[in-house]
Design a protein around this ligand. Structure first.
Ligand SMILES: *[C@@H]1O[C@H](CO)[C@@H](O)[C@H](O)[C@H]1NC(C)=O
Length: 347
């Protein structure tokens, strides 16, 4: 079990992984994330039972009015990613849906790749009527932030206006749920001793990182929660796919590695974030949410031995030293920072 100092009352979410009980521990309320609404996540009392979808939700977003004006900066980036589409500019004081704004004329954009109706995307509203704020068939349309508004049949981004309606590059109307596994080990010297950072004198953590194909940036090997899938399984599946598939190993070696991965993901994970993601793909009607969980190989005899390539440009998966200077995709730096704080490691 992971020792975590200063818990504001540990919140225990019991998840089921491949038939085994496995726990995720949530950290306290003192963390600050890019979306200021994130505080509500740790006020959540979440308990899950076998067979349930592993999404827990906030009881409420009790006070949208306390939302500072810095909410979702990336979600208002002028040019929508992968397109020529420019968002209608939204000033900080017009973010909230409650603020009347007669002149608000968001651009309507849904990417052609989404309109082609791939299996991971919803149809257009009108041709179907999703059940928002609920488990809709196998698709979970509940938000980690609580109940979101629905206007004229369309869900409203809980962090407010983005200057663009439709779904953009996202498949689901409403929350698009992801899971980010942060797999860590201690950095060790040739004698097996933990390496301390000279400045902070704290031990250095390393995490498994992948190079994203779309932008070439290093990132946590996360992915989208499939319909009907529990988050704990998404975490393991994404990690296994990303980390193992790129490895040059024999099927037998891979089988052994898969066993180790399965064992690590059965260990208690430390939930470092759950909530909204300030993502450039977000729109007024579709947005990213995630659960980030740290799985740590404390003793170094589990996935620490994964034969990953060194952190050069050739490698697509590698161990990277965690440090505040590490530049990562989206809010991933924040997840790492929380991880180091909870593990008493260098940042
Ligand atoms: C928005 O665009 C989609 C296609 O991209 C279209 O089907 C829909 O009718 C448009 N909605 C409005 C309100 O114009």
């Amino acid at each position: 079990m992971v020792q975590v100092r200063n818990w504001a009352g540990p919140i225990r979410i019991t998840l089921i992984l491949l038939g085994f009980r496995h726990s995720v521990y949530s950290v306290g309320t003192r963390h600050h994330f890019s979306c200021p609404l994130a505080w509500c996540i740790s006020a959540t009392k979440a308990s899950e039972t076998a067979g349930d979808s592993a999404h827990s939700h906030c009881t409420s977003i009790s006070s949208l009015s306390t939302m500072p004006s810095v909410a979702h900066v990336k979600a208002r980036c002028p040019q929508y990613p992968g397109s020529e589409t420019r968002r209608f500019p939204v000033p900080d004081d017009k973010l909230k849906w409650e603020t009347k704004w007669a002149d608000y004329k968001p651009v309507n954009y849904t990417a052609p790749s989404v309109l082609k109706k791939p299996s991971w995307a919803d149809p257009d509203i009108g041709s179907f009527s999703p059940h928002f704020n609920s488990l809709d068939g196998s698709v979970d349309r509940r938000s980690h932030l609580g109940t979101y508004g629905v206007d004229q049949g369309k869900p409203l981004n809980p962090c407010g206006r983005t200057g663009l309606n439709g779904r953009g590059l996202l498949g689901r109307w409403g929350p698009n749920l992801a899971a980010d596994p942060i797999v860590t080990r201690w950095k060790r010297d040739s004698a097996g001793q933990r390496v301390l950072n000279a400045r902070s004198e704290l031990p250095v953590l390393q995490f498994i990182s992948i190079k994203r194909k779309d932008c070439g940036e290093w990132a946590i090997p996360g992915g989208m929660v499939d319909p009907g899938e529990v988050v704990s399984l998404t975490l393991q599946r994404e990690f296994s796919e990303e980390a193992l598939n790129s490895l040059k190993a024999s099927p037998k070696e891979k089988e052994k590695l898969q066993e180790r991965i399965t064992r690590l993901f059965k260990s208690p994970g430390l939930q470092v974030y759950k909530g909204y993601v300030d993502d450039p793909r977000n729109t007024d009607n579709s947005w990213m949410e995630t659960v980030a969980v740290n799985f740590h190989d404390e003793t170094g005899d589990s996935v620490s031995e994964l034969p990953l390539q060194a952190g050069d440009d050739a490698g697509h998966v590698c161990w990277i030293d965690i440090d505040s200077a590490v530049s990562l995709y989206a809010s991933h730096s924040q997840f790492l920072k929380t991880t180091t704080k909870e593990r008493h490691a260098h940042w």
